[in-house]
Design a protein. Structure first.
Length: 135
């Protein structure tokens, strides 16, 4: 019984730099329709609590974006145009899972605070850069 209990409290660590797999882990396997996954990386601990870090670059449909912005209450969480000098706009992954090279918001992106991270929306290019961390 004790061994069975220990097995239920542990899981496998996940680390992927594959964009679709990163999105699947974040979205629990359901990519769904209406979003193109361009880049991604994901890490999840082997601990029984759900600890993770995710970076995504997405090109969403209008419907997907509207649903995301509604679910994440972005109107209330707008921080303004990206400014690298503003600490609230920065995204810094843990040193053992650093920001990917492709994760480079610029002044064309609106910044939104979110669940353990920031979301960066570029209306002109229709690109959503996405960072969440739960540790």
């Amino acid at each position: 019984f004790y061994i069975l209990f220990l097995i239920t409290l542990t899981s496998c660590e996940v680390e992927t730099y594959d964009a679709k797999k990163a999105y699947e882990h974040w979205e629990n396997g359901d990519i769904g329709e209406g979003v193109e996954v361009i880049n991604g990386q994901f890490w999840k601990s082997a601990h029984w609590t759900y600890e993770y870090v995710v970076f995504l670059e997405l090109k969403p449909s209008k419907e997907w974006k509207e649903k995301f912005f509604r679910n994440y209450n972005t109107k209330e969480n707008l921080l303004g145009k990206y400014n690298f000098e503003n600490n609230n706009h920065l995204t810094k992954g843990p040193n053992w899972f650093e920001n990917p090279d492709w994760f480079n918001p610029n002044s064309e992106f609106d910044v939104y605070s979110g669940y353990g991270g920031n979301y960066y929306w570029n209306e002109k290019e229709n690109i959503l850069l996405f960072y969440e961390m739960q540790l």
